[in-house]
Each structure stands twice: as structure tokens, then as C-alpha cells.
Design a protein around this ligand. Structure first.
Ligand SMILES: NC(=O)c1ccc[n+]([C@@H]2O[C@H](COP(=O)([O-])OP(=O)(O)OC[C@H]3O[C@@H](n4cnc5c(N)ncnc54)[C@H](OP(=O)(O)O)[C@@H]3O)[C@@H](O)[C@H]2O)c1
Length: 272
């Protein structure tokens, strides 16, 4: 499938994977409609690109009215939508024992409900174009991660929703898929919410050793071109998903130990 002149809607495109996806799609000749909460940052990221192929909007995907307005604005400008990439997302890093429940609600609102709202309002256009709905999920959507209860729950919910929707739409010509990147260099660990809902403002990982957002985006675009069902991107991710089905207790221990090794791991509380 060629993306030339197709209309691709991407949420959360001012940074990381969303920004790299938008740049990748612009290189294919697609028209891209992008949103984020911070419009200045979004505009700054795309200042060098052809305005005729771009639509930049403020939208907070956790707000239904913003999603409706975003979709309607794209349709008013270009008349159709060929793909919606539900990429906007946030993470967390805190023990469930200590986390303010508002943090979990917030992550569900962005990562899960944001996807539901976008799909609801874009679906008539996607059915018409026989287009693609994509969820940018995570390995955390297959395997619960410690100190990420709200994040994992939101990605499991996203995948369950998309799998149901895919099955509903099986004979319509529209396609539903999700992709699960492994650790990818981006801003997500800096903005991850603490127990009280503030940004962590630091990453526990060596970001320069992770998959680049550009490589991740390239793989997503290829998967969309091939209309794949799901993509689990890294060897570590594939192993986690596969072994978790076969020997889940072993994976509990492996995952615990991996996250215990992080600098300032919240899990240290339970090691005393
Ligand atoms: N990086 C990884 O290691 C990794 C691994 C697996 C999956 N993922 C998934 O990949 C997706 C993209 O994350 P990233 O790593 O590229 O993170 P990122 O660099 O932090 O980018 C997140 C983007 O989403 C936007 N955003 C956040 N909340 C939003 C909201 N409520 N409404 C609209 N836009 C919002 C941000 O802009 P504003 O703050 O201006 O809104 C930003 O443009 C997420 O769904 C994440 O779960 C990432």
C-alpha cells in the first residue's frame, strides 16, 4: 500500500515515536494531521515541513470533545481519513501501595479512553476509506510490569478494545492493529508520573542505548503498509510475551529482577 497523499492522523506527535512517525509519513508523501497538548512544541517540531501536507492541532486525547474536534477538523480540511495512529501516551513509576489513584485514572484516560474516543469519531471515515486503526501499545500490554500498574492496565485495556474492534470489523475492509515497541529512546520516562502525579524528570535507562524513535517509526510504517495484526518489536519483548505464556512464574522473577536493578527502583522498598 502506498501512503502517497493518504490522510494519516497521529496523536501525540510533538516528541518521540509520534514525531518520528509523522516525519516518516511525510517522507512517503502522506498528509499528516497531528495533535499534542502543547501546540508550541508541536509547531516547533514541524517548522521545517511543507504546510500543505500538515495539520497541527491542540488536543488532549483524554478529553472526548478534543478528540471529536480533532477528527472533525481533519475531515473539514481533507474530507477523509485513511489511518488513525493512537500514539499519545504517558507512563508512571510508583508502587501501587503508594500511588495516588488519580495517577492510574489519568493514564487510563489518556492511553485507553484517548484511543476509544479517537476510534469512535474516526470510525465512519475509516469504514469509508477501508483504512487502518493503529494502537501504539507496549510489551506492558502483554505482561504486567512492576511499578507500572496503571500503565500496564491501560495498555492491556487498549489491546482488548482493539482486538474486539478488529473482530467486529473483520468483513468491512477496515483494518485494526497494534504495535508493541520495546524500550525506545523518547521523553516518556521523563514525563512518567510519580506516586503523587508529578513528572519523574529523569530516566532510569541509558536512552542512547535504546532503539531510536526513528527506527521504531520505520517499523510501524512498514507494519501498516503490510496491514499486520500485531507487532512485538524487540527480541526481549518477543521473549517476554512468549515465555509469559509458557512459564509465567519464571517471567515474574525475571521481570521483578530487571526492574529492581533500575536506579532508585521503587521495588527496593520490598527488599528491606
Ligand atoms: N518509549 C518507549 O520506550 C515506549 C515503549 C513502548 C510503548 N511506547 C508508547 O509509545 C507511545 C509514544 O510514546 P513516546 O515514547 O514517544 O513518548 P514521548 O516522547 O513522551 O511522547 C509522547 C507524546 O504524546 C503527547 N501526549 C501526552 N499526553 C497526551 C494527551 N493527553 N493528549 C495528546 N497528546 C498527549 C506528548 O505531547 P504533549 O505532552 O504536548 O501532549 C508527546 O507528543 C506511547 O503510547 C507509549 O506508551 C513507548
Amino acid at each position: 500500500m502506498s501512503f502517497n497523499d493518504k490522510v494519516i492522523v497521529i496523536t501525540g506527535a510533538s516528541s518521540g515515536i509520534g514525531k518520528a512517525l509523522a516525519i516518516g509519513f511525510l517522507a512517503t508523501g502522506a498528509r499528516v494531521a497531528l495533535c499534542a497538548r502543547n501546540l508550541d512544541k508541536l509547531q516547533e517540531a514541524f517548522v521545517a515541513f511543507d504546510n500543505n501536507k500538515l495539520l497541527l492541532m491542540t488536543a488532549d486525547v483524554s478529553k472526548e470533545a478534543d478528540c471529536k474536534n480533532f477528527v472533525n477538523t481533519v475531515l473539514a480540511k481533507w474530507g477523509n481519513i485513511d489511518a488513525v495512529v493512537n500514539n499519545a501516551g504517558m507512563s508512571m513509576r510508583a508502587l501501587f501501595e503508594e500511588v495516588d489513584l488519580e495517577v492510574i485514572r489519568n493514564l487510563m484516560d489518556i492511553n485507553f479512553w484517548g484511543t476509544v474516543y479517537m476510534c469512535k469519531y474516526a470510525l465512519p471515515a475509516i469504514l469509508k476509506s477501508k483504512g487502518i486503526i493503529v494502537g501504539v501499545s507496549s510489551i506492558a500490554g502483554y505482561r504486567g510490569l512492576p511499578a507500572r500498574t496503571g500503565y500496564s492496565a491501560s495498555k492491556f485495556a487498549m489491546q482488548g478494545f482493539l482486538e474486539s474492534l478488529r473482530t467486529e470489523l473483520l468483513h468491512t475492509g477496515a483494518h485494526v492493529m497494534w504495535v508493541s515497541p520495546g524500550f525506545t529512546a523518547s521523553n516518556i520516562r521523563n514525563t512518567a508520573l510519580s506516586a503523587t502525579g508529578t513528572a519523574q524528570q529523569e530516566t532510569p535507562l541509558a536512552e542512547d542505548k535504546l532503539m531510536s524513535a526513528e527506527e521504531c517509526a520505520e517499523r510501524i510504517i512498514k507494519a501498516m503498509r503490510l496491514r499486520k495484526r500485531t507487532v512485538v518489536m524487540t527480541v526481549q519483548g518477543k521473549l517476554a510475551v512468549w515465555l509469559n505464556k509458557l512459564i509465567p512464574l519464571f517471567v515474574d522473577n525475571q521481570v521483578y529482577n530487571l526492574f529492581l536493578k533500575e536506579p532508585n527502583s521503587p521495588l527496593r522498598k520490598y527488599e528491606k
